[in-house]
Design a protein around this ligand. Structure first.
Ligand code: TXA
Ligand code: MG
Length: 324
């Protein structure tokens, strides 16, 4: 049985150095015992992820923070108290118990306490830290169901836990607290506005810094279909032009403007950004399943969750040569 809700079986696999897929409130993770370097190595192999890209360590309780990070600043505790368990990853100075493979040789580590009940149950039963990237092949769209994980990784993952749907649908917000000024390295489920309210200071977005962060590559989170960012006013003309070139075109539309043009297939996005975040990856996967060549979409306003949605769409539309 490759999927199910047997937490004890999942723990046995982790203890034996195997890999387990598990749902979180953001996306599915591909987990290994964070202190077992050989198991962590398997994650890179199965994902096709280049070594040197650091992984997030998932913990069951915020109180475990000090065992995995050192010199934890007061701001980190403040964020942990407010947003954990939840879709927030903190970058902190690492403790030496963490294998180099996990941190990509960096002196920092990403830590997160997820809120999904299955993830929490797994972490509590396991007791230790679980290193887990999103459970997709490198560069591709993150999975939000057990079936997506199976489709992405095949037999490479021994067991996939099932559970409630991924309520957020986009990856966690990554906040760097390893230097003097906090910064967002990846927008995600916790909004910049919410972070600034708690920290009582501006938290700039710093994408494309020196740290190796695949989520920061120009092309990432990408479906097979070409993603083209197109202003609302040119969606119809662009769809018609691509169709004339012989391409099968999908258009992500809002309910406010459903009919684009007869040549394109419309996929309606919900109105609320929270809903868009929840369904976006599933829709991109469906577009691939149906074999479209191109998908047209316009960026949402970049506030609240719109910041993370726009970030993922830009990367989905980024140049592909890094992965092909
Ligand atoms: O929501 C999530 O964060 C999901 C679920 C499974 O928890 N995980 C996830 O992991 O998105 P992954 O590996 O797909 O993306 C983690 C990002 C990568 O871009 C990685 O480079 C960055 O976190 N990261 C990890 N440790 C880091 C560090 N020490 N410094 C900077 N970036 C780091
Ligand atoms: Mg990922």
């Amino acid at each position: 049985m490759w999927q199910g809700n047997d937490i004890q079986y999942a723990v046995e696999i982790l203890c034996a150095g195997g890999l387990v897929g598990f749902p979180t409130e953001t996306v599915y993770g591909l987990g290994a015992d964070a202190e077992n370097a050989a198991a962590v190595q398997q994650i890179f192999t199965v994902k096709g992820r280049p070594l040197g890209h650091p992984l997030i360590v998932h913990l069951g309780e915020a109180a475990q923070l000090a065992a995995w990070a050192k010199d934890v600043p007061p701001l980190a505790w403040r964020l942990a108290e407010r947003f954990w368990p939840g879709p927030l990853t903190l970058i902190l100075q690492r403790q030496s118990r963490i294998p180099d493979l996990v941190t990509g040789g960096l002196e920092t580590v990403g830590l997160r306490v997820p809120s999904h009940p299955t993830a929490r149950a797994l972490l509590r039963a396991f007791g230790g830290g679980i290193a887990a990237p999103s459970a997709n092949r490198f560069g591709r769209v993150s999975p939000t169901t057990a079936e997506d994980v199976r489709e992405e990784l095949g037999e490479g993952v021994q067991y996939i836990l099932t559970g409630e749907p991924c309520a957020v649908g986009l990856e966690s917000t990554i906040v760097d607290l390893s230097s003097a000024e906090p910064a967002i390295l990846r927008p995600g489920g916790i909004t910049r506005e919410a972070l600034e309210e708690v920290l009582e200071q501006p938290v700039p977005v710093r994408i494309g810094g020196s740290v190796r962060s695949p989520g920061q590559l120009a092309s990432h989170y990408a479906p097979r279909a070409r993603v083209l960012l197109t202003p609302l006013t040119s969606l119809a003309a662009q769809a018609t032009a691509l169709h004339a070139e012989g391409l099968r075109v999908a258009v992500l539309t809002s309910p406010a403007c459903p009919a684009i043009c007869p040549e394109a297939t419309a996929f309606a996005l919900p109105d609320a950004p929270e809903e868009v975040a929840r369904v976006l990856y599933a829709i991109l996967r469906e577009i691939d399943r149906q074999g479209f060549d191109a998908v047209l979409v316009s960026l949402p306003p970049e506030k609240g969750l719109g910041l993370a949605i726009a970030d993922r769409l830009r990367r989905a539309a980024g140049p592909r040569h890094e992965h092909e």
